[in-house]
Design a protein around this ligand. Structure first.
Ligand SMILES: C[C@H]1O[C@H](OP(=O)(O)OP(=O)(O)OC[C@H]2O[C@@H](n3cnc4c(=O)[nH]c(N)nc43)[C@H](O)[C@@H]2O)[C@@H](O)[C@@H](O)C1=O
Length: 348
């Protein structure tokens, strides 16, 4: 592989996508600056699991993207050719409880970086992590780049603002600002607050007798789930394009949360059967009848996104990007990782 001498800045390096993207860029020869937020317990387990935390071309810096002057100093010191804005308050459920913080971090944070680029180095390329949550109450099936947006959560609204500001800086100041509208993307590095990882971690715990029952919210929600490691390759390709633009990354397949639960238990050798409807629905082991899944209203959201399915045709045509990992393979990979972690007595 031809090595590059470019410099990249990744905000949110402690997250799933930040870790995978850092790994990819380091393999390509980039010098990477990765930012993390000061919290009481900064967590580097993902970059440690990928074995890149001590890479000589990786520099970790503390940064708060709600602060404009820090953003300016960050662009000055990192001197990036490419900026990937992956930092966010990214949990949809939490955004209903913390709408203002979500707006500030997820929405305004992107503008701080855009302003810093405009002031310090307008030639730096900017990638904004946009999301299928912007389609929310979907206006077309499947969703494509020009499907009208209709966000259904404070998170979706904040991301839509950041998305349009990226377009606006592109059109107003000629900044190479691109948006990847990524549909759900999962992996063994996914946080346990998200439903797929919650499910695979719980399946492992149930099999190992560390948990009794898996409690979930809306099992009917349908999502287009892909493999995060492939999606960060798409992010990189988006910034290598000749022109800044907006691209959907998705698999064009949608399944319910219930289907994912069935798949995950199957991956651990358990067939599950469901009875009842709505809040009374339960899932049982087909062989023993043991209760495995029940509904808890506390996991319902005030407004739900019922169905997402994206058409990644433009990314295939213009970037040569296409996902290859099936949902069954992805689910199996996650179940195996969680079995291993729980057997070893730790799980993040
Ligand atoms: C693309 C997009 O993808 C993600 O957003 P999300 O789709 O909200 O992801 P999730 O895994 O939290 O929920 C998926 C579905 O699953 C339902 N669901 C049922 N029961 C539980 C449950 O117990 N926990 C959770 N978390 N969800 C549940 C829940 O109601 C929803 O319908 C983020 O990365 C976001 O940052 C992003 O941009």
């Amino acid at each position: 592989m031809q090595k590059t001498t470019k410099k990249a800045l990744i905000t949110g390096i402690t997250g799933q996508d930040g870790a995978y993207l850092a790994q990819l860029l380091l393999e390509k020869g980039y010098e990477v600056t990765g930012t993390y937020r000061r919290t009481s317990s900064v967590n580097f387990w993902r970059i440690e699991e990928l074995g890149i935390q001590a890479h000589p071309n990786l520099r970790l810096v503390e940064y708060d993207l709600t602060d404009l002057s820090s953003s300016i100093r960050l662009i000055q010191s990192a001197e990036p050719d490419e900026v990937y804005n992956l930092a966010a308050q990214s949990f949809v459920g939490v955004s209903f409880e913390q709408p203002v913080a979500t707006a500030s971090i997820t929405g305004l944070g992107a503008v701080h970086l855009l302003e810093a680029i405009r002031i310090v180095n307008p030639k730096a390329r900017f990638y904004q992590a946009s999301t299928s949550e912007m389609f929310g109450k979907v206006q077309a099936i499947p969703q494509v780049e020009d499907t009208p947006f209709y966000p259904r959560s404070p998170y979706g609204v904040a991301k839509l603002y950041a998305h349009w500001m990226t377009v606006n800086y592109r059109e107003s100041y000629g900044i190479f600002g691109s948006s990847g509208i990524l549909f759900n993307h999962e992996s063994p590095l996914r946080g346990r607050e998200f439903v797929t990882r919650k499910i695979t971690d719980s399946v492992a715990k149930i099999v190992l007798n560390k948990l009794d029952v898996l409690e979930l919210g809306n099992l009917d929600a349908k999502r287009d789930w892909g493999y995060a490691k492939e999606y960060v390759e798409g992010m990189w390709r988006i910034l290598q394009a000749e022109q800044p633009d907006t691209f959907i990354l998705a698999t064009n397949r949608t399944e319910t949360v219930r289907d994912f639960v069935t798949m995950a238990f199957k991956g651990a050798g358990i067939d599950i059967e469901y009875t009842g409807k709505g809040e009374a629905e339960t899932g049982h082991c087909a062989r023993t009848g043991k209760l495995l899944v029940r509904i808890s209203p506390k996991f319902y959201r005030p407004a739900e996104v019922e169905l997402l399915i994206g058409d990644p045709g433009k990314a295939l045509r213009e970037l040569g990007w296409a996902p290859t990992t099936t949902l069954e393979q992805l689910c199996q990979m996650m179940v195996e990782a969680d079995m291993r972690r729980n057997e070893q007595g730790f799980s993040f």
